[in-house]
Every structure is written in structure tokens, then in C-alpha cells.
Write a protein that binds this ligand. Structure first.
Ligand SMILES: Nc1ncnc2c1ncn2[C@@H]1O[C@H](COP(=O)(O)OP(=O)(O)O)[C@@H](O)[C@H]1O
Ligand SMILES: [Mg+2]
Length: 249
């Protein structure tokens, strides 16, 4: 049985169809990638699976371990072991990093906290007492969020653009975290348009205009993406227009 199954999923936002009869299955223990160009609907899909406010009005279904998530709140989904690393992690003014990490950690153990921070490249002695606020760079917040997922030991972790805002030297740390998560039994799903991230997945899906258009091993999806999607994105005036609008927002 699939760990997570998305069945005929449709979602409209502000009258626009963003997810369009989407179907796919996530198998337990694998590192998957959901690959697609800007605007394909990847973040919307992740937000919908997580059950974020504003993304509830779906048709079709999402099954986790065979049970529908449709009526479950975001907290219930989190308790079930589903987590999402945001494309742009939230800030929590005044909340200490130590408290932020302890809020989701499976075990409240300071040594484990420090080790998780070191794994993502954050010096524990400089950061444990700082706040998860605007004084941290986007990359630092991304790393701290990754440390929190490591400590959480979820069943499934969706990582939305895990390399965005992360400096080149630190990217290998993300993959180190993914390796540890996999060893601990977490199923990882990258949400990405990066070929470097795709190269770390066992299996991949290709998403375009709110649909899954292909799936298979990473080499197959890499070839498809390079040969078709990048070209298409350059050529497709609709995508260009949409990106411009998004950038202007
Ligand atoms: N709240 C919204 N209302 C209307 N359109 C939206 C909304 N959120 C996202 N979109 C549009 O949905 C499409 C998919 O967005 P998104 O899921 O962020 O794509 P991706 O993560 O693949 O880049 C884009 O065209 C985006 O502009
Ligand atoms: Mg996105």
C-alpha cells in the first residue's frame, strides 16, 4: 500500500484551477522528487496535502496510510506524522530557537538539539538563545527548519525548494539531513525545479500546469525536464506572463 495517495485532486484558488485532476502515489521509505517549472502548482500541492488554511476546498481525495485526510486539520495531519518544510519558512518574533526546536522534537534533549543544529551548519552556541525572527537570514531559517524536521522524525516530510536561499557550501548538508531522515525511516518528498535536488531522489514525478504528466527514475525525469520543460517555459508566453505577475506581487 502507498504511504500517501493523491486521487483526482482538484483545487481552485481565486477562481483559477491550480490543481487539475492530479493523481500519484508516494511509497514509504523512498526519496521522491516532484519536479516542475515555476508556477506548475508544486507549492500549492504541498500546502494542500498539509491542509493549510485556504487550501481546504478540494475535490478528489488525499489518503495517508489508506485513510482520507479530507476532514483532518493541519494539527491532526502533523500529529499523524506529516510535515512540510516551507519554501519560505515563517518567522516567530520572540520565540527562541531552542523553544522552536523543542516544540516539535520527538525527544526534548539539549544534546540532540545541538547535534541537529550542527548537522545543518548552524553553530549551537551562537544560536540556541537567538529568536526565529527577522535577524536570521532566509538561509538560516531554512536550516533551522530542517533541523526541526530532523528532530521531529516525521513519517513523511515534504521539502519545498530545500536549496533555495542556501549557499553552495551548505547544500551538501541538506542532503546529509535527507540521508539521516531516510535512515530513520522518514519518507522524503522534494518539491523542486533544481536538477541538483532531483539528482538526490530515488524516484520522481513531473508536474506541469497542475497535473502529474510523467513519473519514473530520476534520469528519465531529468531528461524530460531538460529537453521539454525548460524549452517550453522559455517559449510559453502564458508562463512568462504569470511569472512576471508573481514577481510583481
Ligand atoms: N492564492 C492564489 N490565488 C490565485 N492563484 C494562485 C494562488 N496561489 C498560487 N496561485 C497560482 O498558482 C500557480 C501555481 O503556484 P505555485 O503552487 O506557487 O507554483 P510552484 O510552486 O510550482 O512554482 C501559479 O500560477 C500561481 O500564480
Ligand atoms: Mg513553489
Amino acid at each position: 500500500m502507498a504511504l500517501l495517495e493523491v486521487k483526482n485532486l482538484n483545487l481552485e484558488l481565486n477562481g483559477k484551477k491550480i490543481l487539475n485532476n492530479l493523481n500519484f502515489e508516494i511509497w514509504k521509505g523512498y526519496v521522491h522528487a516532484i519536479m516542475g517549472t515555476n508556477g506548475a502548482g508544486k507549492s500549492t500541492l504541498a500546502n494542500t496535502i498539509m491542509g493549510l488554511s485556504g487550501y481546504e476546498n478540494i475535490s478528489g481525495d488525499i489518503l495517508f496510510k489508506g485513510k482520507s485526510l479530507k476532514t483532518k486539520t493541519i494539527s491532526e495531519r502533523a500529529r499523524d506524522g506529516i510535515t512540510l518544510g516551507w519554501q519560505e519558512p515563517a518567522r516567530y518574533e520572540g520565540l527562541k530557537i531552542e523553544d522552536f526546536l523543542n516544540a516539535s522534537a520527538k525527544r526534548k534533549n539539549t544534546e540532540e538539539l545541538k547535534k541537529a543544529l550542527s548537522t545543518v551548519g548552524i553553530k549551537p552556541e551562537d544560536h540556541l538563545n537567538r529568536a526565529v525572527d527577522k535577524t536570521l537570514s532566509g538561509g538560516e531559517r531554512k536550516k533551522i527548519e530542517l533541523a526541526s524536521i530532523l528532530l521531529m522524525e516525521p513519517e513523511i516530510a515534504f521539502l519545498d525548494e530545500p536549496d533555495s536561499g542556501i549557499d553552495i557550501e551548505s547544500i551538501s548538508r541538506i542532503f546529509e539531513v535527507v540521508k539521516i531522515l531516510k535512515e530513520k525511516g522518514t519518507t522524503v518528498v522534494f518539491i523542486t525545479h533544481s536538477l541538483a535536488v532531483l539528482s538526490r531522489a530515488d524516484h520522481a514525478f513531473l508536474m506541469c500546469k497542475g497535473q502529474i504528466v510523467d513519473k519514473g527514475d530520476r534520469q528519465k525525469i531529468k531528461n524530460y525536464f531538460k529537453e521539454e520543460c525548460i524549452e517550453c517555459e522559455i517559449k510559453d508566453p502564458e508562463v512568462k506572463k504569470e511569472e512576471k505577475r508573481t514577481d510583481e506581487r
